[in-house]
Design a protein around this ligand. Sequence first.
Ligand SMILES: Nc1ncnc2c1ncn2[C@@H]1O[C@H](COP(=O)(O)OP(=O)(O)OP(=O)(O)O)[C@@H](O)[C@H]1O
Length: 238
Amino acid sequence: MNALLSVEELDVHHGLLHAVRSVSLAVAEGERLALVGANGAGKTTLLRSVAGAKQATHGNVRLDGEVITALPAHRRVRLGIALVPEGRKLFPDLTVEENLLVATRHRRAGPWTVDGVLDVFPMLRKLRSRRASTLSGGEQQATAIGRALMTNPRLLLLDEVSLGLAPLAVDAVYECLATLLAEGATVVLVEQDLTRALQVADRVVCLLEGRVVLDAPAADVSREQVTEAYFGLPGRTV
Ligand SMILES: Nc1ncnc2c1ncn2[C@@H]1O[C@H](COP(=O)(O)OP(=O)(O)OP(=O)(O)O)[C@@H](O)[C@H]1O
């Protein structure tokens, strides 16, 4: 497989805490990988290390075969890695449009414009001039994903897009994501909702206490197998 992203024996620490333990995985161009695991399994830490927001202590991250492990986050954005962080992290006093434009500072060359984002997320069109702090959770999430798209990513890292959203808002965000996925976006998705993760993904990787305990095509694993891996129960698929 010609991997767009390769993670090789990656270790990441928070002080003394060994949060990501010798994790290896690869994501091909156009692939949708769901990264699942219980709270504290290391999913966010792994995504942040791929994005350059957290330095790894050992191992490598490669984009298109090039080692990028030591590059700062803004250089990785220019290479095409965009992170939609847990909690969305918008600028609350800026408008939707301004939040989108902030992302253009270090971006990779490419086609995305504010209007392009508003086409994918029609719910934002009438909110273009509204301050982010006045938006609903779903609207904020759409803005955060739009901000990532404005960098013209080759690889989109989505951390818990449904967290804290009402079910209808989750549906709306996923409906918009479906448009992107249909266009062949390469995505790593951290998602607590296993049903949704398995629906969206081609492949599922499960982390348990920082280690990969399952890495399989989504079509080849049952919900039960993923749940067993998730909780570290015997009989899990590795
Ligand atoms: N900034 C930090 N400082 C210290 N410890 C941290 C920090 N961020 C995460 N951790 C710890 O690292 C471990 C992995 O956390 P991480 O957030 O990566 O897990 P997660 O799988 O994304 O879980 P969640 O679903 O709760 O976000 C946990 O034990 C967590 O408490």
